[in-house]
Design a protein around this ligand. Structure first.
Ligand code: ADP
Ligand code: MG
Length: 683
C-alpha cells in the first residue's frame, strides 16, 4: 500500500469507469471513423476558413485532438497544395516526425515517402511528389540555408510549439521574418498548452484558434513518502494497478532507454514469476532509438482481456498520443541537456519535471474515459519542489550550433535577433567565443571560410571542425567513421544481463591503443570487413541496428565532405594524426589527471572521472579528451582518448596558453616510482 488516495472533486466510482471503458473497447473504429471522431473534426471548415483569412494563426488544442495528423490533410483537401507547393510541419522529435508521417500516409492511402514524407537529420524520406512533409525543427532550420524564403512551401506549421526546443524557438524568429515578405505563405503555430497568448503576442497579435478537446476527469494520487528507487516503485505500481484496477492501459514515464530497459526486465521477471495468477500484461517500450516497427506496436489495439503497459520517455507527454490510456505512472523526472555558461560544460542529467509537465502527463490518462494518475512523489514535493514551467531550451543549452547556422544565414546581430525569450547574454557570448576559438568566426564575429564550410554539416561545431581538420591530418576516411560512430554512441555495445561477462569480453577485444575513439573505429572497420554482417554483430554483442545507422550517417557525411571538396583519404596507421584531428575539434573537452584517479578540466578545474565503460578506465593517461559528460553519481567523461598536451597548442593556439598546459605532475614523477598507476595520480 504505497499510494495514498487523495480526495479530489470529480472522483468517479470504479463501476462508472468500467462502463465507459468497455464502451470504447467495443468500438473497433475504421480509419475514417477514427478521423471523424477526433475533437478537431467538427472544426474542419472553420479552421480552413481561418487559415484563408489570416496569414498567421495560433492553434491551441489538447494533445490528441488531431492537430498534427489532421491539419495538414485538411489544408491539402482545401487546395493549399494546388500550385505544387508543400505543406510543411515541424516536430521537435525525430520519432514523432516519422511516426506521424507514417500514420498520415496510411490515412491517405499513399506510400510513405511519396505524397506524404518526412525528413530528419541524416534521413530524407521524401520525393518529388511529396506535398505533406513532416520534419524535425532542426531540419527546417537547416533548410533555410538552401531556401531562405521557404519558396517551396505554401503552409508551414510549427507544431508542438510549447516544447520550446532551441530550434523551434529560433524558427519563430525566422518564420516571422519571412512571413513579412512572403504574404502568400500561411503560418500556423500549434501548441498544446496555455502558451497560446504568448505566441499570439509574439506574432503581432495573431488570432488564436482553439480546439476544445474531450477531457475526462483524472484523479491524482501521490506517495506518502519520497520513493528511494523509482524504477522499482514503477514496477510495483504497475503490478498493483494490474491486480486491483479495472482494465485499461498504463503509460509510464521514464527518462531514457536504459531506465526503460531496466524497468522492462524487472517487470518481465516478476510477471513470469506470477505466471497465470494474473491476466495478460503486454509490455511495450518507446524511446527515440527504438526501431520504428517496434514503435508502431504501441498503437496496436490491446487484445480483449489483456492490459498494455507502455514504458515511454517524454515523447509520450505531448508528441505521441496512445489511445486507451487510463492509468499514468509519473515518477516525476526527465532527462535534460544542461549547460553551465560559467564553465562552458554541457551534460545530460536527470532532473525533476515542472508542474506543467506533470499536468500534461496526468492529462494523458483522461482521453477516452476517466483516468488515474499515480505520481511517485509527495503532494508536498509537487507543491513546493517543482518549477511552474520547464525553462525553454534556449536558456539552458549550448548555442554553438544555432549561432553558427544563424551566422551562415547572414544574421550577424544576434543580440537583436527577434527571440521569443532571449538566451542569457553569457551563453550567447560563450557560443561566439567558442566559434572564434574553433576558427569559424573572425574577430569581428563574421563567418570565416572555415565557418562557412562547417555550417554545411548538420552536426555540432566541434564535430564539424574535426571533420574539416581531417583534411590537414590526411585521415578523412577515419574521421568520417569516427563521426558516424559517435552519432550512434551509447547504443553500440549490447550487454544482456545473463551474458554480461561474455559481452564485456567481446567489447574489450575491440579496445584500441589510444582510446575509445579508435575503439569505435575498430568496431566499424571490422564490421565493414565482414561485409556488414548481421551475424558478426550478434556474435560480438554489437547492436546491428546502430551499426546500420552509423553506415547511413557515414554515407551522408561523406557526401557533405565531397560538397566542401575534401578528398577522402585513409591513413589508419597514423593514429596520432587521427587523434590530432579529433583534438582540433574537441579541444574544449580536455582534462588532465589529478588526484585519486580523478581529472580536472583544463580551463575551469572541474572535477571529472573516466566512465567505467571506457577503455581508458584503468589506464589513466595524463591528458585525455572526452566526447561528452554524463552526470549520474558524478560527472563522468564518456568516450575518452589519450592525447598529448602539445597538440593543444598546435590545434588551438588562440585558446590555450603554454602556461596552462605545463605539467606540474611531471616534476613530482620521480618520487612516485614503484607505485601503482592509480596511486600515481594521488600525489
Ligand atoms: P495532436 O497533434 O493534437 O496531439 P495527433 O494528430 O497526434 O493529435 O493524434 C490524433 C490521433 O491520431 C490520436 O488519437 C492518435 O492515437 C492517432 N495517431 C497518431 N499517430 C498515430 C500512429 N502512428 N499510429 C496510430 N495512431 C496514431
Ligand atoms: Mg501533435
Amino acid at each position: 500500500e504505497f499510494i495514498q488516495a487523495l480526495t479530489l472533486p470529480g472522483t468517479k466510482d470504479e463501476k462508472d469507469d468500467e462502463e465507459k471503458l468497455s464502451e470504447t473497447q467495443k468500438k473497433r473504429l475504421t480509419l475514417e471513423e477514427t478521423r471523424r471522431s477526433l475533437p478537431i473534426f467538427p472544426f474542419k471548415e472553420d479552421l480552413i476558413q481561418a487559415v484563408k483569412d489570416h496569414q498567421v494563426l495560433i492553434i491551441d488544442g489538447e494533445t490528441g485532438s488531431g492537430k498534427t495528423t489532421q491539419i495538414p490533410q485538411y489544408l491539402y483537401d482545401a487546395g493549399f497544395t494546388k500550385d505544387k507547393k508543400k505543406i510543411g510541419c515541424t516536430q521537435p522529435r525525430r520519432v514523432a516526425a516519422m511516426s506521424v508521417a507514417a500514420r498520415v500516409a496510411e490515412e491517405m492511402s499513399v506510400k510513405l515517402g511519396n505524397e506524404v514524407g518526412y525528413s530528419i537529420r541524416f534521413e530524407d524520406c521524401t520525393s518529388e511528389r511529396t506535398i505533406i512533409k513532416y520534419m524535425t525543427d532542426g531540419t527546417l532550420h537547416r533548410e533555410f540555408l538552401s531556401e531562405p524564403d521557404l519558396q517551396s512551401y505554401s503552409v508551414m506549421i510549427i507544431d508542438e510549439a510549447h516544447e520550446r526546443t532551441l530550434h523551434t524557438d529560433i524558427l519563430f524568429g525566422l518564420v516571422k521574418d519571412i512571413a513579412r515578405f512572403r504574404p502568400d505563405l500561411k503560418l500556423l503555430i500549434s501548441s498544446a498548452t496555455l502558451d497560446a497568448q504568448k505566441f499570439s503576442d509574439f506574432f503581432d497579435e495573431a488570432p488564436i484558434f482553439r480546439i476544445r478537446g474531450r477531457c475526462f476527469p483524472v484523479d491524482i494520487y501521490y506517495t506518502k513518502a519520497p520513493e528511494a528507487d523509482y524504477i522499482d516503485a514503477c514496477v510495483v505500481s504497475i503490478l498493483q494497478i494490474h491486480a486491483t484496477q479495472s482494465l485499461g492501459d498504463i503509460l509510464v514515464f521514464l527518462t531514457g532507454q536504459e531506465e526503460i530497459e531496466t524497468c522492462q526486465e524487472l517487470l518481465q521477471e516478476r510477471v513470469r514469476r506470477l505466471g497465470s495468477k494474473i491476466k495478460e500484461l503486454i509490455i511495450l517500450p518507446v524511446y527515440s532509438n527504438l526501431p520504428s516497427d517496434m514503435q508502431a506496436k504501441i498503437f496496436l489495439p490491446t487484445p480483449p482481456g489483456a492490459r498494455k503497459v507502455v514504458l515511454a520517455t517524454n515523447i509520450a507527454e505531448t508528441s505521441l498520443t496512445i489511445d486507451n490510456i487510463i492509468y499514468v505512472i509519473d515518477p516525476g523526472f526527465c532527462k535534460q541537456n544542461n549547460f553551465n555558461s560559467r564553465t562552458g560544460m554541457e551534460s545530460l542529467i536527470v532532473v525533476p519535471i515542472s508542474k506543467a509537465s506533470a499536468n500534461q502527463r496526468a492529462g494523458r490518462a483522461g482521453r477516452v474515459a476517466a483516468g488515474k494518475c499515480f505520481r511517485l512523489y509527495t503532494a508536498w514535493a509537487y507543491q513546493h519542489e517543482l518549477e511552474e514551467n520547464t525553462i525553454p531550451e534556449i536558456q539552458r543549452i549550448n548555442l554553438g550550433n544555432a549561432v553558427l547556422t544563424l551566422k551562415a544565414l547572414g544574421i550577424n546581430d544576434l543580440v537583436h535577433f527577434d527571440f521569443l525569450d532571449p538566451p542569457p547574454h553569457e551563453t550567447l557570448v560563450l557560443a561566439l567565443e567558442q566559434l572564434y576559438a574553433l576558427g569559424a568566426l573572425n574577430h569581428h564575429g563574421e563567418l570565416t571560410k572555415l565557418g562557412r564550410r562547417m555550417a554545411e554539416f548538420p552536426v555540432d561545431p566541434m564535430m564539424g571542425k574535426m571533420l574539416l581538420a581531417s583534411e590537414k591530418y590526411k585521415c578523412s576516411e577515419e574521421i568520417l567513421t569516427i563521426s558516424a560512430m559517435l552519432s550512434v554512441n551509447g547504443a553500440i555495445f549490447y550487454r544482456p544481463k545473463d551474458k554480461i561477462i561474455h559481452a564485456d569480453t567481446a567489447r574489450k577485444n575491440f579496445f584500441a591503443v589510444g582510446g575509445d575513439h579508435l575503439t569505435l573505429m575498430n568496431v566499424y572497420n571490422q564490421w565493414a570487413e565482414t561485409d556488414f554482417s548481421t551475424q558478426w554483430c550478434y556474435e560480438n554483442f554489437i547492436q546491428h541496428r546502430s551499426m546500420k545507422r552509423a553506415r547511413d550517417v557515414r554515407e551522408q557525411l561523406a557526401g557533405l565532405m565531397e560538397r566542401v571538396e575534401i578528398e577522402l583519404v585513409s591513413n589508419p596507421t597514423e593514429t596520432a594524426n587521427i587523434r590530432k584531428a579529433i583534438t582540433a575539434g574537441y579541444f574544449y573537452h580536455v582534462a588532465r589527471l589529478s588526484k585519486g584517479g580523478h581529472y580536472k578540466t583544463v580551463k575551469h578545474q572541474q572535477t571529472v572521472t573516466i566512465h567505467p565503460n571506457s577503455s581508458m578506465f584503468e589506464d589513466l593517461p595524463r591528458w585525455v579528451l572526452y566526447h561528452e559528460l554524463v552526470f549520474t553519481t558524478k560527472e563522468f567523461m564518456r568516450t575518452v582518448s589519450e592525447i598529448e598536451s602539445k597538440w593543444l597548442l598546435e590545434v588551438a593556439p588562440h585558446y590555450y596558453k603554454p602556461r596552462e598546459l605545463e605539467d606540474s605532475t611531471n616534476k613530482k614523477m620521480p618520487k612516485q616510482v614503484g607505485k601503482s598507476r592509480a596511486e600515481l595520480g594521488d600525489h
